[in-house]
Design a protein around this ligand. Structure first.
Ligand SMILES: [Zn+2]
Length: 243
């Protein structure tokens, strides 16, 4: 990983992670290479939502330091549902005792809504809204239910192969979509740049936390400091992903 990042051309690099082992790898890469051009974005979210978020992050014209703000706005507009064969080992959201016991019966299936933190019995549809700009799915090799024709409102745009499941079930299916065009969500995040502050250490403009220096930023009061980097300045940037 160190060699892969070091071989990238000059410019800021963002390592995006979604689980602790990957986060540790990303941190050690930054320990070796230094924080000057290496930002760490850690977001614990279902893998299909993560894929939609990454698609937003690689949109043109964004600075690497805007990754946290863009990720937050894009994730807030994502709907994720998981169809699982069992909730017996599910820790979050917490299933009811009845659902827990129901997992022991054959041919049962449950719908998990991680956004609302709910679990329910499956009745033909997952509840993924139609009209989303990007529909990403992932699944176990064996299907959860025999008839999958009505699971989704339309065919998926992207199917992730070999994705690591988050649901502690042998058979699972997960789907995520974004409300409205992905480009709108990204533009909406970038349009808030006048409220971002310049990091006191590296000078990059960001919202909330600088992903390069890992320090919290004070909210802007009267605009950005003169040396702050705005997202429309097209800084050279490369996005790296660990999964
Ligand atoms: Zn910084």
């Amino acid at each position: 990983m160190v060699a892969a990042v070091a071989s990238l051309p000059d410019g800021d690099v963002v390592l995006a992670t979604r689980d602790e082992p990957s986060r540790k790898v990303a941190r050690s890469v930054r320990l070796v290479l230094g924080p000057e051009r290496l930002g760490l974005l850690h977001v614990e979210t279902p893998v299909t939502a993560w894929a939609v978020m990454l698609a937003g992050l690689v949109s043109g014209g964004l600075t690497a330091s805007s990754a946290r703000a863009v990720a937050d706005v894009v994730l807030a507009r994502i709907t994720t549902r998981a169809l699982v064969s069992s909730v017996a080992s599910l820790e979050s959201p917490t299933p009811t005792f009845r659902q827990h016991a129901g997992s022991l019966l054959p041919r049962t299936a449950f719908v998990v809504d991680p956004g609302r933190g709910t679990v329910g019995r499956f009745h033909e549809r997952l509840g993924i809204p139609s009209g989303g700009d990007m529909l990403v799915v992932a699944s176990s090799p064996k299907p959860v239910v025999a008839d999958t024709t009505d699971l989704l409102p339309r065919p998926a745009d992207v199917e992730l192969v070999g994705a690591k499941p988050d649901w502690h079930a042998t058979r699972w299916f997960e789907a995520s979509t974004i409300d409205g065009p992905l480009s709108w969500a990204v533009a909406s995040a970038a349009s808030g740049a006048h409220r971002w502050t310049a990091c006191e250490v590296c000078g990059r403009a960001a919202f909330g936390t600088c992903i390069f220096c890992d320090i919290a930023l004070r909210p802007a009061r009267a605009g950005l400091a003169p040396h702050a980097r705005l997202p429309d300045q097209h800084q050279p940037e490369h996005q790296g992903v660990i999964s």
